[in-house]
Write a protein that binds this ligand. Structure first.
Ligand code: NAI
Length: 283
């Protein structure tokens, strides 16, 4: 199966980026959001990033217009009835996501593939809300989407080989690198990253070293571009705690217990860069 028309649901941080990379790769995109302001913000963000690429002479003015010509917007999911693929990037909440997938299952043609950009929810459970679990798959893009090369392609329990192959091919056309991942808590990226961040927080909690020194160890000693505590502040400490809870609950294994210091910071409202304070202060 080949994909030509894509509906992206959710025009927030991730959805706008996903729409942009699809448009740049030549796909016709319908960007959907329930909120008209969010939809407009998403379009503005795409226009701004394309203009920046023109200013830096990476693309021409004509490329920009051609790319923008592939974008349509709507606040109604039913307007996407012609699409071959839906990529959902709405709020990270199982009830809200399953409601949208149930609606999509009713509206979309039976061959349409339904993908979710979820960073932590089980694809198998999202798929079970539909009558086409073999056509439901995870496409976990990284933030910021236009910059980051990786897409974790997550097979739910019932995802078919045909669905997987279609999405793998499309991901490559987006100039991204697909990695096949089975549907387990945290997939691969967060399963490896978050326990490392949590362990760095334990090291601060136990007085092993300061946040600055732990970050220095990982940058200079392991060649990481950013230390784990700086990265945690950037991701948001609430998001880090949430993902640790998903791992802890999903595996029932104490090795994933969130550090008490992480819980304390989140309770204090120290969520990292977005609130001005986390392991570092920002202002
Ligand atoms: P966001 O809050 O920036 O955007 C979500 C958008 O979805 C909002 O504009 C909202 O109005 C819209 N929305 C909510 N319910 C809707 C519905 N029923 N129909 C249509 N639109 C609806 O969120 P963000 O950060 O873009 O995250 C979206 C998804 O991507 C989540 O599942 C998240 O876990 C995942 N993700 C986020 C990453 C990140 O770094 N922010 C990284 C990778 C995945």
């Amino acid at each position: 199966m080949t994909v030509k028309n894509v509906m992206v649901i959710g025009a927030g941080q991730m959805g706008a980026g996903i729409a942009q990379v699809c448009m740049q790769a030549g796909y016709e995109v319908l960007l959907n959001d329930v909120n008209q302001d969010a939809l407009q913000n998403g379009v503005n963000k795409i226009e701004k990033l394309l203009q920046r690429a023109v200013d830096k002479e990476r693309i021409t003015e004509a490329d920009k217009s051609k790319t923008l010509g592939r974008l349509k917007t709507s606040t109604q999911i039913k307007d996407g009835g012609h699409c071959d693929l839906v990529i959902e990037a709405i709020v990270e909440n199982m009830d809200v996501k399953t409601k949208v997938f149930r609606q999509l299952d009713e509206i979309m043609p039976e061959q349409t593939i339904l993908a979710s950009n979820t960073s932590s929810l089980p694809i198998t459970e999202i798929a079970a809300a539909t009558n086409r679990p073999e056509k439901v798959i995870g496409m976990h893009f990284m933030n910021p989407v236009p910059v980051m090369k990786l897409v974790e392609v997550i097979r739910g329990l019932q995802t078919s080989d045909e669905t997987y192959e279609t999405i793998e091919t499309m991901t490559k056309e987006l100039q991204k690198a697909p990695v096949e991942v089975a549907d387990f808590p945290g997939f691969a990226a967060n399963r490896v990253l978050m326990p490392m961040i949590n362990e760095a927080i334990f090291a601060v909690y136990e007085g092993v070293a300061t946040p600055e020194d732990i970050d220095t160890v990982m940058k200079l000693g392991m060649n990481h571009p950013m230390g784990p505590l700086t990265l945690a502040d950037f991701i948001g400490l609430d998001t880090c705690l949430y993902i640790m809870e998903v791992l802890y609950e999903g595996f029932s294994d104490s090795k994933y217990r969130p550090c008490p210091l992480l819980r304390k910071y989140v309770k204090a409202g120290w969520l990292g860069k977005k609130t001005g304070r986390g392991f570092y202060q920002y202002h």
